[in-house]
Design a protein around this ligand. Structure first.
Ligand SMILES: Nc1ncnc2c1ncn2[C@@H]1O[C@H](COP(=O)(O)OP(=O)(O)OP(=O)(O)O)[C@@H](O)[C@H]1O
Ligand SMILES: O=P(O)(O)OC[C@H]1O[C@H](OP(=O)(O)OP(=O)(O)O)[C@H](O)[C@@H]1O
Length: 215
């Protein structure tokens, strides 16, 4: 049986913001994941290693126990329905919000409270469907994998559901936010069986990370 701890992380934004938290907890990867092509990277802490995977694959690795823990955006966790993961800690990294946006000239005379049917381009069809169902608005959803902000500019959809942080991407494409769906940040997620089997080391790790988030 593997008594070590395996942590699933995605490259890019989450990795950049998560590494200082791990470093503060005394855990440093032995190779720079941004430079290396390796997908399994050992750490300065014996028995603790990182898996480097796509952001949206983190819940899958942790659910199946291929990783004991992982860091996933709340957007990814909300979009993938029926996950059975323990979510013990908001790491307060990857902070942004899920929002509905549309062209500024449409927003100037639009009234979201009167919407009956909307066509939305998004990478988040489940979140979008649930949000508008709760509001009693019918949706036609066009699934995209990125660059959602382009869709209203070329008539693919009137509106988008996407993440907004500084608002720069919307602004530079002549779009405005018209409705907020949820605040988003990255969460530590833990496999339920691992939480029982490896309780002590996982608890110690959660406490060390929590001390970094709430010093
Ligand atoms: N502008 C932003 N500001 C802050 N956090 C963000 C922002 N955009 C995305 N995030 C958060 O960072 C996470 C990872 O985003 P990133 O862009 O690195 O991966 P991705 O390209 O969306 O994932 P995948 O490779 O699986 O498609 C998102 O799930 C979200 O929680
Ligand atoms: O409000 P802002 O600060 O401009 O951030 C918002 C942008 O950030 C995210 O994209 P990202 O940069 O991750 O690009 P990608 O999803 O296409 O990788 C998101 O999908 C928005 O496009």
């Amino acid at each position: 049986m593997n008594h070590g701890i395996t942590i699933a992380l995605s490259k890019g934004r989450i990795l950049e913001e998560a590494l200082p938290l791990f470093a503060g907890a005394g855990i440093v990867p032995l190779e720079d994941p941004d430079q290396s092509r390796k997908l399994i990277i050992a750490s300065s802490h014996p028995g603790l290693r990182f898996l480097i995977i796509r952001a949206s694959d983190v819940p899958t690795y942790v659910t199946w126990g291929a990783a004991d823990l992982g860091i996933a955006g709340k957007d990814v966790l909300m979009e993938q329905e029926g996950l059975d993961l323990y979510e013990p800690l908001d790491l307060k990294i990857g902070v942004c919000r899920m929002a509905v946006a549309e062209a500024a000239d449409l927003a100037a005379h639009d009234a979201p409270q009167r919407w009956e049917r909307v066509r939305i381009a998004t990478k988040y069809p489940n979140i979008t469907r649930r949000h508008f169902q709760a509001r009693g608005v019918q949706t036609e959803i066009i699934k995209l994998y990125g660059s959602m902000e382009l869709a209203p500019l070329v008539g693919l959809a009137d509106r988008i559901v996407d993440l907004v942080s500084s608002g720069r991407t919307l602004r530079e494409n002549g779009l405005v936010e018209v409705e907020q769906i949820a605040p988003i940040s990255s969460r530590l997620v833990v496999n339920r069986a691992a939480m029982k089997r490896k309780l002590r080391p996982i608890e110690t790790l959660i406490e060390a990370l929590e001390a970094q988030v709430h010093p």
